[in-house]
Write a protein that binds this ligand. Structure first.
Ligand code: UFG
Length: 322
């Protein structure tokens, strides 16, 4: 029996594929390579296809004995989702519905879904617990929320067992140096900053220095991509062992401001920057911080790589060599 990984050629998906292969799972990667990269898929079978085509998806289940699906494939730029919401609902919602339909037709019952802290919207309390109201502020977050909303109905009616993993800020690169963040364009803080230090992103700015935080810049909860990957395997194994459907935060309960990240990057790289401040980015909240307790207690998840300097060190190595 194999594990199907959609979006397995992407940043987090490729790291999860590596983790599954190390644990001797048979892996099938399904990716349309619109934002993923074939070079990041380090093993398993590879199928290039599009989840928006139900036929493409059905073909996979006809050819392989799939036990579980890890569903990473999605668009993930908040700004773009404001500008073109239809694109987000087609890619993130229709695709998920097709995938679930093909899974149910094939009798596949385990589903690990890549959700996001964006489902919470403006946090009413920090750290954010899983039972915090879900009030997404943008079409990206709404598309993730809608899939999450569907899943309990499919569990009740069809016995689908799922875990929605709500990522906070995914960051860092493969500790072995084989995989890393490769987005075009790059919008995330750590890679944008490191590319700036490498002279490849001259326009780097800090978005906002008037937030109600200690230094005025926004605070986020950065999680190493290898820790995220590990959590997927734990969630899968929880379901295989008969565990119940869940939504679980993947965060560290520890926040860093943008300026703290800049300082850490200066320390790790030995290079200096004089950051320019720009206006706040629309929709950015001052502080996003997860309670990571549920992942620890329910999955036994331990963060091995999520120290900020280690995150930056691994990302720096990746960008230097890539
Ligand atoms: N930032 C800058 N300059 C940059 C890039 C980012 O100052 O060039 C700031 C942002 O304004 C934000 C922080 O750095 O305050 C982190 O920004 P990222 O773009 O790296 O991450 P976000 O917190 O905006 O987004 C992340 C995920 C999204 C998800 C969101 C949850 O990347 O997919 O968390 O709200 F939707």
């Amino acid at each position: 029996m194999a594990i199907l990984v959609t979006g397995g050629a992407g940043y987090i998906g490729s790291q999860a594929v590596k983790e599954l292969l190390q644990r001797k799972y048979e892996v099938i990667v399904f990716d349309n390579l619109s934002t993923g990269h074939r070079e990041l898929v380090r093993g398993g079978s590879f199928i290039q296809g599009d989840l928006r085509s139900l036929e493409d998806v059905r073909t996979v289940f006809r050819h392989y004995q799939v036990e579980a699906v890890l569903h990473f494939a999605a668009l993930m730029q908040v700004g773009e989702s404001y500008a073109d919401p239809q694109k987000y609902y087609l890619h993130n919602l229709t695709s998920s519905l097709n995938l679930l339909q093909a899974m149910l037709e094939a009798g596949v019952k385990y589903f690990i879904f890549s959700s996001s802290a964006a489902v919470y919207g403006q946090p009413a309390e920090i750290p954010i617990l899983e039972d915090h109201p879900l009030l997404p502020l943008n079409p990206y977050g709404a598309s993730k929320f809608m899939v999450e909303r569907i899943l309990p109905d499919y569990d009740r009616a069809y016995g689908l067992k799922y875990v929605s993993l709500r990522y906070f800020n995914a960051a860092g690169a493969d500790p072995d140096g084989e995989l890393g963040e490769w987005h075009e364009p790059e919008t995330h803080l750590i890679p944008s900053l490191l590319l700036h230090l490498l002279g490849r992103n001259p326009g780097f700015q800090i978005f906002g220095n008037d937030f109600p935080t200690a230094d005025g810049t926004a605070v986020r909860d950065y999680i190493h991509v290898a820790d995220l990957a590990g959590a997927h395997v734990l969630a899968l194994e929880m379901l295989q062992a008969g565990g119940s459907s869940q939504a679980i935060n993947l965060g560290s309960s520890r926040g860093y401001s943008v300026l703290e990240v800049v300082q850490a990057a200066e320390k790790v790289t030995g290079r200096k920057i004089s950051p320019k401040f720009g206006p706040r980015r629309p929709g950015d909240v001052p502080v996003l911080l997860a309670s990571g307790k549920k992942a620890e207690t329910l999955l036994g998840w331990q963060r091995r790589f999520s120290d900020l300097e280690f995150i930056i060190e691994t990302a720096w190595k990746w960008h230097l060599n890539h």
